[in-house]
Design a binder for this molecule. Structure first.
Ligand code: NAD
Length: 471
């Protein structure tokens, strides 16, 4: 796909040339080559977008449940119509392997999930003699990262619109091509002007204007813990409603009764999801001391099921890192792991054989990792996994919870009651037992993994204020 300059943003129902003039290079991570540029918006553009969202709010917040469901259906269809284009852009701009069709299908699912949530949601409730009304919080700033651009925009827009809020989306500047196609889909859904505005620009410019803005009472942010904390501080002046979906260092606990032939590949899969560039990646694989040799043997054998390579090859499971910066970050963690005494079982530093261009890393598996090592504590955001050992169930829970993060956890066991008992002791916003998954269950983190929840009814409540009327 040949890329020219993406030189429009979306404000008040129209594609307009931004006031901002900075050009930002877009790369194909598989080749490292520049594939285009995006013209970045600035504070002036952000102000115009907020003003448009503010003007659109009275009408949109007064829409009926049916109107909003109709709008979500139109958005869904518009995204479905651009599915192939979005998949191609995710591959070229992000390096997503072609087999990762979920990059776009999850976005379609986000609309489905919010439609079914909205159908059943009680906006008015009785509490004692009072009537409790759930009302839209107002103009919402939606700030998203680069690692699943299409989904994050879809999910946040769907939820905000379902609540009756109007929006200004601030996507990652590194995902401008994917954003542009998503924005065209949003435009085709024929929403009233100003309900969704999309302003691609730098975080410190467009993002900060949103987080400080008195007319934006809500921020829904997905990204790093460091930026999440900046947003928390910036939003304090106006005591904004905040959802912060941040980083993770999720444990995969393999209990001693688990079938290792199933559990170990399951743990690898949870760690290598999205080429390791996933907040939910299960990067600490906890195995019982007595079975570690067996687990290692099985893990090494199954590593061949996670080949790194050209994202356009259907066999590829792990694509390149999104940027050179991300590549260097992952390399530095691999070196650090070795320096601190961990043992490389598979992979290691440098580029994989035959992949000298682009930002490819070698999928790496470490053993002899202890939970105090840097590679067990910090989010690497690449295909680098660690095997740790534990003595007994209590020790496994202790290691799992000994983390500044608490986004996700995975438990593998032959005994689902036992697995549930372990799950109920974990400080994590989501626990998956033997690969279990429910897209509309609440999603969000404990501790430094964030504040608030997304998806389904819990996500919708985040965009609503609560008014009690007492007679
Ligand atoms: P990032 O925090 O660098 O950027 C995220 C977004 O915030 C981008 O749009 C960026 O431009 C913007 N931003 C940067 N500085 C800002 C500021 N001062 N004010 C407002 N906005 C600002 O994250 P990233 O590198 O794009 O994404 C990777 C990170 O995202 C990882 O840490 C990952 O764990 C996290 N993540 C979390 C989840 C989750 O749901 N918990 C999901 C995916 C990614």
């Amino acid at each position: 796909m040949e890329q020219a300059v993406i030189d429009t943003i979306y404000v008040d129902g129209e594609f307009v040339i931004p006031h901002g003039t900075e050009l930002f290079d877009l790369h194909n991570p598989a080749s490292g080559k520049v594939i285009g540029q995006v013209r970045l918006a600035d504070e002036v553009d952000t102000e115009l977008a907020v003003a448009a969202a503010k003007r659109a709010l009275p009408e949109w917040s007064a829409t009926s449940r049916e109107d909003r469901i109709d709008a979500l259906r139109r958005l869904r269809e518009a995204v479905v119509a651009r599915r192939e284009e979005l998949l191609e852009a995710s591959r070229i701009e992000y390096g997503a392997p072609v087999r990762n069709e979920w990059m776009v299908d999850s976005a379609v699912g986000a609309f489905d999930g919010m439609i079914s949530t909205l159908e059943a949601f009680a906006f008015v409730r009785e509490v004692g003699s009072a009537t409790v009304e759930m009302v839209p919080v107002g103009v919402s700033g939606l700030i998203t990262p680069w690692n699943s651009n299409v989904f994050f925009i879809a999910d946040k827009v769907a939820t905000a619109l379902a609540a009756g809020c109007t929006t200004v989306v601030k996507p990652s500047e590194m995902s401008a091509t994917q954003t542009q196609i998503m924005t065209q889909a949003i435009h085709e859904a024929d929403l009233p002007r100003g309900v969704v505005n999309v302003v691609t620009g730098r975080g410190e410019v467009v993002g900060t204007t949103l987080t400080r803005h008195p007319d934006v009472p809500r921020i829904s942010f997905t990204g790093s813990t460091g930026v999440g904390k900046v947003i928390f501080r910036e939003s304090a002046e106006h005591l904004k409603s905040l959802t912060l979906e941040l980083g993770g260092k999720s444990p995969s606990i393999i209990l001693d009764d688990a079938d290792l032939e199933a559990a170990v590949p399951g743990a690898l899969f949870s760690g290598f999801v999205n080429s390791g560039q996933a907040c939910v990646a299960g990067t600490r694989i906890l195995v019982p001391e007595g079975r570690v040799e067996e687990a290692i043997e099985i893990a090494v054998k199954h590593m061949s099921e996670f080949p790194v390579g050209d994202p356009s090859d259907p066999a590829t499971v792990i694509g390149p890192m999104v940027s050179e910066r991300q590549w260097e970050r992952v390399q530095s963690y691999i070196h650090r792991g070795v320096e601190e005494g961990a043992r490389i079982l598979v992979g290691g530093a440098g580029r994989p054989e035959g992949l000298q261009d682009g930002y490819f890393v070698r999928p790496t598996l470490f053993a002899d990792v202890t939970n105090d090592m840097t590679i067990a504590r910090e989010e690497i955001f690449g295909p680098v996994l660690s095997i740790l050992t534990y003595r007994d169930e209590d020790h496994a829970v202790e290691i799992a919870n000994d983390s500044e993060f608490g986004l996700h956890a995975y438990v593998f066991s032959a005994d689902s009651e036992r697995a549930h008992r372990v799950a109920s002791r974990l400080q994590a916003g989501r626990v998956s037992i033997n690969g279990g998954y429910e897209p509309i269950s609440p999603f969000g983190g404990f501790k430094n993994s964030g504040i608030g929840r997304e998806y389904g009814a819990y996500g919708l409540e985040g965009f609503l204020e609560v008014r009690s009327v007492m007679k």
